[in-house]
Design a protein around this ligand. Sequence first.
Ligand code: ADP
Ligand code: MG
Length: 331
Amino acid sequence: DTLVNQIAAGEVVERPASVVKELVENALDAGARRIDIDLEEGGVRLIRVRDDGGGIAASDLPLAIARHATSKIASLDDLESVATLGFRGEALPSIASVSRFSLASRRDDDGHGAVLPVEGGRIGTLAPKPHPQGTTVEVRDLFYNVPARRKFLRAERTELGHIEEWLRSLALARPEVELRVTHNGKPSRRYRALGVLGGDAATDSPERLLETLGGEFARNALRVEHAAAGLRLHGWIARPAYNRASADQQYLYVNGRSVRDRSIAHAVKQAYADVLFHGRQPAYVLFLELDPRGVDVNVHPAKHEVRFRESRLVHDFVHRTLHAALAGTRA
Ligand code: ADP
Ligand code: MG
């Protein structure tokens, strides 16, 4: 099955940043409040993600790296309304097939932890190993056995940049989680866990906005908060005075998942164009919430894209809401 997993890896794992994404999303799905990420050489040499989540029982470790063995979806109904970030059961087997991999974990109620090594898809021997509650995944020498893929990896700084950019988008969406990053043995980023203000307010942390995107964005940020017809849009859009030459500060989340969506991007641009700022790029951090049955997240293995059941309605809602925010009136 190694070959099948390596082929799947081609879709799920493009570069170190995609590995970090899959591992950190697993940690979040496991309820982690603190995630430590250690990197070496832009993640090419080492990616280690440790979390304090629910952990995996020793006897379940082999299952976690078996293809399509997800613990998150039990039925087709679940697939209609996925609440977790992962659900395809592909990430770990894919990553393990193209690296020197190990999965170590301990559940709260187990006496001790265990570790399962996998090298290039060949599963090693399950062994006891002390481990605090939670999980550590280690990924060394990414693509060491797939030279054609390894060739496409970029310089250390570039790969690190991709990882940091993805972590920034995550930090914006999950201010209640602490994220610590080291690179080549030195601390490189730290996002503190910010106080949960109660309910959804937690997702709109002005402190986190400042930490991630800087003071100028924060000072120019217009608050967005509007709900209608089962849709809710909240977050910030920068005043047109703070628009950008490039599309580098556009963060969109659908039900907490960071996505790219052409139709919503268009709606935002249109709202900007309404207030007369052509040819520049808007800057925003926007969270769209809707009934999970109204959106299909199973469009692409990496889950970057979504499909709305009523895309016209969503487009117009976003456009109207932002138009009102930018024009300083109510939607
Ligand atoms: P998916 O996330 O789609 O379920 P993955 O291949 O990413 O598939 O992970 C396989 C399974 O391994 C998960 O369903 C989960 O049960 C378990 N798992 C992976 N990472 C963690 C983690 N950090 N903490 C607890 N369980 C984990
Ligand atoms: Mg996953």
